[in-house]
Design a protein around this ligand. Structure first.
Ligand SMILES: Cc1cc2nc3c(=O)[nH]c(=O)nc-3n(C[C@H](O)[C@H](O)[C@H](O)COP(=O)(O)OP(=O)(O)OC[C@H]3O[C@@H](n4cnc5c(N)ncnc54)[C@H](O)[C@@H]3O)c2cc1C
Length: 507
């Protein structure tokens, strides 16, 4: 049977990303109809403001202009993450920091890591490139004349999550004829093989489709509840399970940092994301290691708010993923698929990736499903496992010892076999691109280099030739003048955004 009617249950970021990918790729097939169903009573999660550069691939494909994105979603540029106090403040100083920037570590194309490992450890590792210093100067990654979706340096976005999926929704309905329906789904009828035949709304109405995409958020309404696919907890690897969230208004005078700040505390960390209209902040912690009252008080202190008048929103987080992501005629994406805390902004990335993977493997006929399902599940499981490795790395290699949270995180029991092996190898030599031999490793050698050496991971010193030493030293020194040159050419990001606003209002 040809699959013609696709239902996406959920109208949050994952739902509209799914609709956009499916629409952009499949709308040439005029027999196909894509419907997004969302409840007026179940709110979206309302957070998810940090992204990684991968997001641009989809936005370009969906035909959304970068100027429209920036102006309609309160966007600021994100050139990476500044990790504050992830190393022991008693050893490395209070406020110690390193950057995980988005630009490649070696813009000049020559790998200076062997030199850095053996000769330059006193220099911050991110000085192998220039982006961290561009971030410190508050500069935009783009010139005014840069083409859309490209800049002098690599970047992603911070945005207002609600405005973002509204933009996706408008675009998908206008360009790809996606149908939008408001209904609260309370169940589904299934056939003898477990395929979903129709959705049941709270009004008693039934809606029949051929294929279902579950983007219902943490409730995992179809894949989890209706099809009974179990949830695999990763709480023994990643301890963070609670977030307190507070938006902070801006008075218009502040500089807008072109990066996310992630400040570690004794049982987790705090995110600080600048948007053009407000700061989005969140205090994430492990409830096994910190009481709510202490979290509240530390968070209030960070924001400079009196604790007794402080009422941030509390979000419990179930850390892990579904045993399968595709079962019968249903695929889950976004929070319905899994979630592993907001560090490194992996959630929208995995949702975006999984939606694209679905489109590339979309079953045109119901008979295709049995063949495609195992492949899809294998790839997405790999993606999650490697994402978990990357997040765990930040905790495992920290030398903080100020609480059981950090000490327990340094136990190798919480490591996957792959990460354990890799960390042993990286004691002998630095990570290489070929270590990441699957194209489904969403974080590769560049990302690992920044985090490992930002956190002063110890790799054995390497013997390199005087020629390599001189060349590496010269390249690192040349970065100084490159920073100056770039600084003279790039605007402060606030000025860049004002210039864009002015240019658009003149048109
Ligand atoms: C504290 C926190 C911080 C985060 N920070 C980041 C970040 O910085 N970067 C990042 O990439 N990700 C982040 N995330 C994850 C990010 O928020 C999500 O990946 C993203 O918002 C996608 O959510 P979703 O669409 O899957 O679910 P939701 O936003 O929860 O949407 C669910 C949708 O399903 C609908 N629905 C639910 N039940 C029914 C029903 N019965 N009938 C009909 N419709 C229904 C709802 O109406 C809604 O439209 C964060 C998450 C948390 C918890």
């Amino acid at each position: 049977m040809k699959i013609k009617r696709i239902a996406i249950v959920g109208g949050g970021t994952a739902g509209w990303l799914a609709a956009s990918h499916l629409g952009a790729e499949l709308s040439a097939d005029k027999e196909l109809e894509i419907t997004v169903i969302e409840s007026a009573d179940v709110p979206t999660i309302g957070v998810g403001e940090g992204t990684v550069p991968y997001i641009m691939n989809g936005l370009k494909r969906f035909g959304i202009s970068e100027a429209e994105l920036i102006l309609s979603c309160d966007v600021t540029f994100k050139q990476g993450i500044k990790f504050v106090n992830w190393l022991n403040p008693n050893i490395h100083g209070e406020g110690n920091y390193y950057y995980h920037p988005f630009d490649v570590p070696y813009p000049a194309g020559f790998d200076v890591t062997p030199y850095w490992v053996s000769h330059a450890k006193n220099l911050p590792f991110d000085y192998v490139g220039i982006q961290s210093r561009i971030c410190e100067l508050g500069l935009s990654p783009k010139k005014i004349s840069s083409e859309q979706y490209s800049g002098v340096l690599n970047y992603a976005y911070h945005f207002n999550a609600t405005k973002f999926f509204k933009l996706l929704s408008k675009n998908a309905q206008e360009k790809f004829n996606v149908v939008h329906k408001v209904a609260t789904i309370v169940g589904a009828d299934k056939d003898d093989s477990g395929n979903i035949m129709n959705l049941i709304a709270d009004t008693g109405e039934k809606f029949a489709f051929d294929f279902y995409v579950d983007c219902s958020g943490f409730s995992s309404l179809l894949l989890g509840k209706e099809l009974g696919v179990p949830f695999i907890s990763k709480a023994t690897e990643l301890f963070i399970d609670t977030a307190l969230v507070q938006q902070v208004p801006l008075d218009g005078q502040e500089e807008l940092n072109p990066y996310t700040t992630a400040t570690a505390h004794k049982a987790g960390w705090i995110w600080d994301i600048p948007l053009t209209t407000r700061r989005g902040t969140g205090f994430v912690y492990s409830s096994n290691y910190m009481e709510h009252e202490e979290a509240l008080s530390l968070y209030a202190n960070y924001l400079g708010i009196p604790p007794d008048s402080f009422l941030p929103r509390k979000i419990p987080m179930n850390v892990g993923y579904r045993k399968n992501f595709w079962s019968n005629n249903c695929v889950a994406l976004g929070l319905a698929q899994g979630f592993v805390e907001p560090l490194e902004a992996t959630s929208i990335l995995v949702a975006d990736f999984s939606a694209e993977l679905l489109v590339r493997n979309f079953p045109r006929h119901s008979e295709d499903i049995a063949t495609l399902t195992p492949y899809y599940n294998k790839v997405v499981t790999h993606v999650w496992d490697r994402v978990i490795d990357f997040i765990k790395l930040h905790y495992f290699i920290s030398d903080r010892n100020d609480s059981p949270f950090w000490l327990d995180n340094q136990s190798s029991e919480g490591l996957s076999e792959t990460l354990r092996e890799r960390l042993e190898i990286w004691k002998i030599r630095p990570p290489q691109k070929s270590d990441f031999f699957s194209r489904f490793d969403l974080f590769g050698a560049d990302n690992f280099l920044y985090v490992l050496y930002g956190m002063k991971y110890k790799t054995r010193e390497l013997i390199i030739t005087p020629g390599e030493i001189n060349r590496s030293r010269r390249l690192i020194e040349e970065n100084e003048s490159l920073v100056e040159k770039s600084a003279s050419m790039l605007l402060k990001q606030k000025d860049w955004l004002m210039r864009l606003n002015a240019a658009v209002s003149r048109v």
